[in-house]
Write a protein that binds this ligand. Structure first.
Ligand code: URA
Ligand code: SF4
Length: 220
């Protein structure tokens, strides 16, 4: 593929009338909508309650998630589960997924180092996100960090400025027509990995939990 050409995108792998998240997940296993499938181990699809009222969107699977095939099962996932618990959210009310469903990395020696997904990967993978929202029909989306923010709200998203506020989504996004799904509430917050990396981890964690409480209250 010439480098000037955008990747084809996931749309042709998305079944037209999926009956369930499991059916979507099975189709996503074969996705070749962008080049990230070439080096990653497997597609890491979303998981959680089929009638979840709250959907969390992260960035992309990390090293641990890539090997296990499940989102948020590494260190960031551990912190997120703790924060969900501290915010009083019932895990049975959650579905968790990522903006991009293959792990992007570069090799340094024998180590696989995380690389942020680019705008082309986010755009290529969007059909899976749209399909998940269409099936789940949740009340609220919690946007975890900058990549998810750019994926759902657009390139002007800034986590420090835009977090903690209830919004109406897709209306609040730069291109709402990219998300032909029902209007729901949205709230952005720190990515759990950013909390793990923060100089003042305790404060960052408290902000994350407070934001999750705001989200929980909005669906109560
Ligand atoms: N970070 C993410 O954004 N998603 C995961 O699934 C794991 C880590
Ligand atoms: Fe398909 Fe998304 Fe994987 Fe690219 S990252 S191959 S669009 S599932």
């Amino acid at each position: 593929m010439p480098w000037t050409e955008a990747p084809a995108g996931a749309q042709q792998w998305v079944p037209p009338h999926p009956q369930s998240i499991d059916a979507l997940k099975q189709s996503a296993a074969d996705c070749r909508g962008c080049e990230l499938h070439e080096n990653a181990t497997q597609t890491v699809f979303g998981r959680g309650a089929p009638h979840a009222r709250i959907v969390f969107v992260g960035e992309q699977p990390g090293d641990v998630e890539d090997r296990h095939g499940l989102p948020f099962v590494g260190p960031a996932g551990r912190l997120l589960r703790e924060a969900v618990d501290d915010a009083g959210i019932d895990p049975a009310d959650l579905y968790i997924t990522n903006a991009v469903k293959h792990f992007r990395f570069e090799m340094r020696g024998s180590r696989r180092i995380h690389q942020n997904p680019g705008p082309t990967h986010i755009a290529a993978c969007r059909p899976w996100l749209v399909a998940e929202f269409s099936l789940l029909n949740p009340q609220m989306v919690v946007i975890l960090g900058a990549t998810a923010g750019r994926a759902l709200l657009g390139s002007s998203f800034r986590v420090t400025r835009d977090r903690g506020k209830l919004m109406s989504w897709p209306a609040a996004s730069e291109h709402p027509e990219d998300f032909p799904v029902a209007e729901i509430q949205a709230l952005a917050t720190f990515h759990p990995s950013a909390v793990l990396r923060a100089d003042d981890r305790e404060t960052a964690y408290r902000v994350l939990v407070d934001d999750l409480r705001t989200a929980a209250a909005a669906v109560a």
